[in-house]
Design a protein around this ligand. Sequence first.
Ligand code: NAX
Ligand code: ADP
Ligand code: K
Length: 497
Amino acid sequence: MRVVLQTWTSAQVRAAEQPLLAAGVPLMERAAFALHVHTAAALRELRGGVAGARVVVLVGPGNNGGDALYAGALLARRGVAVHAVLTATRAHEAGLAALLRAGGRAVQLAEPVDEVAALAAGADVVLDGVLGIGADGSGLRGVSGALVDAIVARGRPYVVAVDLPSGLGVDDGRRDGVVLDADLTVTFGAAKPCLLLPPGARAAGRVVLVDLGLDPAGAPEVVRLDPSDVAALWPVPAPDAHKYTRGVLGVVAGSRAYQGAAVLTTGAAVRAGVGMVRYLGDAGDAVVAAHPEVVVGHGRVQAWVFGPGVSPDDAGQRRRIEYAFEHVLERGEAAVVDAGALELLPPHVGPHAVLTPHAGELARVLTLRGEQVDRAGVEAEPLRWARRAHELTGATVLLKGPVTVVAGAHGAVYAQADAPAWLSTAGAGDVLAGLLGALLAGRVDDVHDDPSLAAALAATAALVHGRAAHRANPDGPISARAVADALPGTIAEVLAG
Ligand SMILES: NC(=O)C1=CN([C@@H]2O[C@H](COP(=O)(O)OP(=O)(O)OC[C@H]3O[C@@H](n4cnc5c(N)ncnc54)[C@H](O)[C@@H]3O)[C@@H](O)[C@H]2O)[C@@H](O)CC1
Ligand SMILES: Nc1ncnc2c1ncn2[C@@H]1O[C@H](COP(=O)(O)OP(=O)(O)O)[C@@H](O)[C@H]1O
Ligand SMILES: [K+]
């Protein structure tokens, strides 16, 4: 059993299946066997044993239904009462025959759905084999949708999704229309992007990957960094390092009205281990009072943070940011572009500029460039819109939210889900900006060698930010400052492996 950290599109999975199918490798049998093993394990956990359990198998028209039917047959042979509900006019013939031979039963689904819904709601486990990678992402329609609604209305039983929750947008994580939330997803051969991407990923529950011997070609579509990846990405100082070789970060943040943003951003950068932090703006006294390490005023830097606590009508900060945009990005200094600076972004920058909007801010970035999308639209298709913003601006885009999505150069996409919901608190974004700025300052030369590294560093910042929130207070409220204070310990912990 492996944790899902890389995912491939349905097209990549289908292409990878081809040579194995041509060689006669029994992929469906292997998939179904593993599905039955995981379902039996769930039954043992739920009710202490397998024999005598009741399982309802929702069966769609394709091979996903085939997997579910064969798994149902194996469960029936172990004494489980298995009912298959055929949701389409066709079902995998050999799979259905196997189930019936093993003593399972099958019913054709039709309106009204109440009787079947009651059967499913009363089952120990429901296997969702309606749609797999053949789904068009529009949810479950017609009678299948009505059935799922009726099951949920009665109280959802334990659900095992076959390959993926039926009806999700396989490659983009869209969740349109009806989808049955799962407790466990057993995915075959290679994990699919919808199992990591918001908003769909939440429907998958726990995900287990069944190895079928597939070897997908090309880069994975969506990646999730794991703490063990951080050491290779972090700018750990060499033994002969000095503060200038480690990177200097310039911070244009805060204003007289929003001094806290400047304090949080610079404090996070100092705690993330940058060589030096320079601050520009009207909150210098507050910054130095909180963090005496910070130097106020101009000087050479390797990376910038623009925007936390900056309102676009603050003429001084606006002038600094616009001037910096004109010159520094050309000189190759990296930049985190956050909050108030997002509105000031020039038409085109490179991937060494990393935008850090939340959904509402990303919608604004996009509408300023002629796209018609609002916050809800971004939340419904985060990957699509993060990618679009990358295409339009040239910047790496880190879209904040319950799952942070990063889209960068060379098709790099990350989806990080490291943070507790407690992190959604004012100032948390300022801490992320300072942390990411420190990473960029330390590795700006490497970003120029490989522009997709900016996306990996952004994902690293999201991971460390989320883990620092857990460390600050494992199961309760956290302040942004507590997250910043937890950074040194969190970084030491992930670097220790
Ligand atoms: N190719 C293979 O041998 C293997 C396939 N596997 C299974 O096969 C699945 C893919 O099978 P298929 O390619 O048959 O695809 P599906 O089983 O996902 O079914 C696709 C069918 O559903 C229809 N459909 C799409 N969206 C719909 C919607 N919103 N409402 C109603 N109907 C819709 C399509 O027209 C198509 O006929 C995988 O997810 C996996 O479970 C695994 O057994 C591994 C091996
Ligand atoms: N439900 C959630 N679960 C986990 N993390 C979240 C959730 N909602 C938001 N976050 C994270 O909290 C932080 C909030 O940042 P942001 O919206 O910029 O706040 P602010 O501007 O007040 O600092 C981001 O890192 C975001 O990814
Ligand atoms: K499914």
